[in-house]
Design a protein around this ligand. Structure first.
Ligand code: DAK
Length: 257
């Protein structure tokens, strides 16, 4: 049983993962990241899971890597850090991942949210990369993903000053797709996850892959990948089913084939 997070199965096909280290504002320990990686691996290999929502508490999504644990690691420990493998699992996760963020999403917490495909934020959410205040810098995508999400000027300001931005600023910058009242953040994220879970799984997977590719490739290569994926989907049963269902004015019943 995981100790630092809770997992709920929400029909149809959605898993809700809730980080649970309230005493430390969900600061990310090696254990928590390991348990999260295990849960994502389980979700990845479960054919009945079509989307995952990750959330924290009302006060904090996650306030970053656990600083007390960081204090125990020297350079050798960092090079050989088991957390690296957990972050890699997050990066490789190919099913839709939605972050429902209330309160603080700082440092590794902001980076965790940025591993999600969609971020829904409560009005009180704060996104920041305060590592500079500790004499370090982001290490899990907080320079690379942040810049791609919010642009150069905002990313520079956040990383070099360490000052967080509000949910509204994050939305204006493109980091967050929707801002909700805090009590509805998870509900809204689950609603979106549910909508995605009813779509054709292969189409969802390839569309996610193509969209992510757009962040780190040139246009010609991205378009090539898109055409390839589009052609692959043309041979699927779900494509036939989607078109037939439209013509027959009914909901499609996708099977993932
Ligand atoms: N680590 C450990 N404990 C934390 C914590 C953290 N990151 N953040 C908060 N806590 C603990 C506090 O120490 C406090 O514990 P007690 O004193 O009650 O025992 C409790 O949570 C409540 O926090 P506060 O009393 O401070 O609450 P406030 O509302 O006053 O302030 C705050 C909330 C979020 C502004 C403040 O707690 C704060 O500034 N926290 C630190 C935020 C921060 O600097 N985060 C960045 C950490 S560095 C890596 C990849 C990524 C990273 C590292 C490695 N690899 C790939 C290897 C990431 C690094 C980081 O994230």
């Amino acid at each position: 049983m995981p100790l630092t997070l809770a997992v709920e199965f929400i029909e149809p096909g959605v898993r809700l993962i809730t980080l649970q280290r309230p005493q430390a504002l969900n600061a990310l320990t090696t254990q928590l990241l390991g348990e999260l990686a295990d849960e994502l691996n389980a979700a990845q290999s479960d054919h009945n899971t079509h989307a995952v929502v990750i959330t924290g508490s009302a006060k904090a999504f996650a306030a970053g890597a656990d600083i007390n644990e960081m204090a125990e690691r020297n350079l050798v420990g960092i090079l050989d850090d088991p957390r690296q493998a957990s972050w890699q699992t997050l990066t490789r996760f190919s099913k839709p991942l939605i972050a429902a963020v209330n309160g603080f999403a700082l440092g590794g917490g902001c980076e965790l949210a940025m591993h999600a495909d969609i971020i829904i934020a409560g009005e009180d959410a704060r996104f920041g990369q305060p590592e500079i205040n500790l004499g370090i810098m982001p290490g899990a995508g907080g320079t690379q993903r942040l810049l791609r999400a919010v642009g150069k000027s905002m990313a520079m300001q956040m990383v070099l000053t360490g000052e967080p931005i509000s949910a509204r600023q994050a939305q204006r910058s493109g980091l967050v797709s929707e801002v909700t009242q805090p009590e509805f953040t998870v509900e809204r994220a689950l609603h979106i996850a549910h909508s995605i879970a009813t779509k054709a799984p292969l189409a969802v997977r390839l569309a996610k892959e193509a969209l992510l590719k757009a962040m780190d490739t040139d246009l010609a290569s991205g378009l090539r990948l898109e055409r390839h994926a589009f052609t692959l989907l043309a041979g699927t049963r779900d494509r036939d089913e989607g078109i037939r269902a439209f013509q027959e004015k009914r909901r499609p019943a996708f099977t993932g084939e």
